[in-house]
Design a protein around this ligand. Structure first.
Ligand code: DGL
Length: 273
C-alpha cells in the first residue's frame, strides 16, 4: 500500500482526459495535476525545448512526493522520455506504449491511423512502437498542428464549422488508407471525438491515449502493490502555469465533470530545476 499521490502532467488541459479515466479506475488515489498552460502548445516546438520544459514540469510534480508520474501528453512522451529514465525516484509512464498496445489489439484489418501534434508525428515514436509490437500493421500518420489550439479555445464540438473543416482535411489521408483504428496520439483530441466519428464513420475505433495510459497506471500500481489504502475519494489538486479565460469551463469538458479541487498557479520556470 502506498498513499502518496499520483502526478499527472500535460502541456495544457488535455491530460485531464487521463484524470477522468483515473477517476473511474482509481477513485481513492490522490492526484496532483500540472498543466503548463502558459507554454502550451508544445507540439510545434523542437525536441530540445520540449525536453527542457518536461524536466521542469517533472521536477515540479516530483516535489509533491509522487509515487508515479503519468506523462499524459503525447508530445512530451514522444520527445524521448527515455532521456529521463532513472533520473527520478518515481517511474514515468508515457502514453505511447499503452496507446499502441490498445491499437494493435483492436485493429482487424491491420491498418492503423495516427493523429498527433507535429512534434509527436515527426519523432516517429508511435510508428516505431507499433512496428516493434505488430510488424504487420500499416500506419498512416497525420500531424495536426491546429487541433490543440481548437480544444484549448473550446472549439471542439460537433457542428463547429471550423473544427469540422480542419478535421476533415487532416483525416482525409487516413480515410483514403482505409484505417479501422485511429490513435488519438494527443490527449487533447478526445474532446474532438464526436467530430472524428462523424468524419471517419462509426466503424473506426478511436483509441484515447489518456484513457490507455490511465489503464496502464492502474495496472502498474496494482502489480507493484502500490495502491492507496484509503477508502474515501482521493484529493485532487490542479496546478497550471497560467489561467486563461474560460479555463474552468474547458477543464470541466475534458474531465467530464466540474473541477473538484482548487486551481493553483505554479511558476515552474523561475524555480531552479
Ligand atoms: N496534450 C498534448 C499532447 O498530448 C498537447 C501537446 C501540445 O501542447 O501541443 O500531445
Amino acid at each position: 500500500m502506498d498513499n502518496r499521490p499520483i502526478g499527472v502532467f500535460d502541456s495544457g488541459l488535455g491530460g485531464l482526459t487521463a484524470v477522468r479515466a483515473l477517476d473511474a479506475l482509481l477513485p481513492y488515489e490522490d492526484i496532483v495535476y500540472f498543466g503548463d498552460t502558459a507554454r502550451v502548445p508544445y507540439g510545434t516546438r523542437s525536441r530540445e525545448i520540449i525536453l527542457k520544459y518536461l524536466r521542469q514540469d517533472v521536477a515540479f510534480l516530483g516535489s509533491f512526493g509522487v509515487k508515479l508520474l503519468v506523462v499524459a501528453c503525447g508530445t512530451a512522451s514522444t520527445a524521448g522520455l527515455s532521456a529521463l529514465d532513472g533520473a527520478y525516484e518515481f517511474p514515468l509512464l508515457g502514453v505511447v506504449e499503452p496507446a499502441v498496445r490498445a491499437a494493435a489489439e483492436a485493429s482487424r484489418n491491420r491498418k492503423v491511423g495516427l493523429i498527433a501534434t507535429p512534434a509527436a508525428v515527426a519523432s516517429g515514436a508511435y510508428e516505431a512502437a507499433l512496428k516493434a509490437r505488430a510488424p504487420d500493421i500499416q500506419v498512416t500518420a497525420a500531424a495536426c498542428p491546429l487541433l490543440v489550439p481548437l480544444v484549448e479555445n473550446g472549439r471542439a464540438r460537433r457542428g463547429d464549422v471550423v473544427a469540422e473543416t480542419v478535421c476533415r482535411e487532416y483525416l482525409r489521408p487516413l480515410q483514403d488508407a482505409g484505417v479501422d483504428t485511429l490513435i488519438l496520439g494527443c490527449t487533447h483530441y478526445p474532446l474532438l471525438s464526436g467530430v472524428f466519428r462523424d468524419i471517419m464513420g462509426a466503424h473506426v475505433l478511436l483509441i484515447d491515449a489518456g484513457e490507455a495510459v490511465a489503464r496502464a497506471a492502474a495496472a502498474h500500481l496494482r502489480e507493484s502493490a502500490a495502491l492507496s489504502a484509503d477508502t474515501a475519494r482521493g484529493v485532487r489538486r490542479y496546478f497550471v502555469s497560467d489561467s486563461p479565460p474560460g479555463f474552468a469551463a474547458t477543464a470541466a469538458l475534458l474531465l467530464g465533470r466540474p473541477l473538484d479541487g482548487p486551481v493553483e498557479k505554479a511558476d515552474v520556470e523561475s524555480e531552479k530545476r
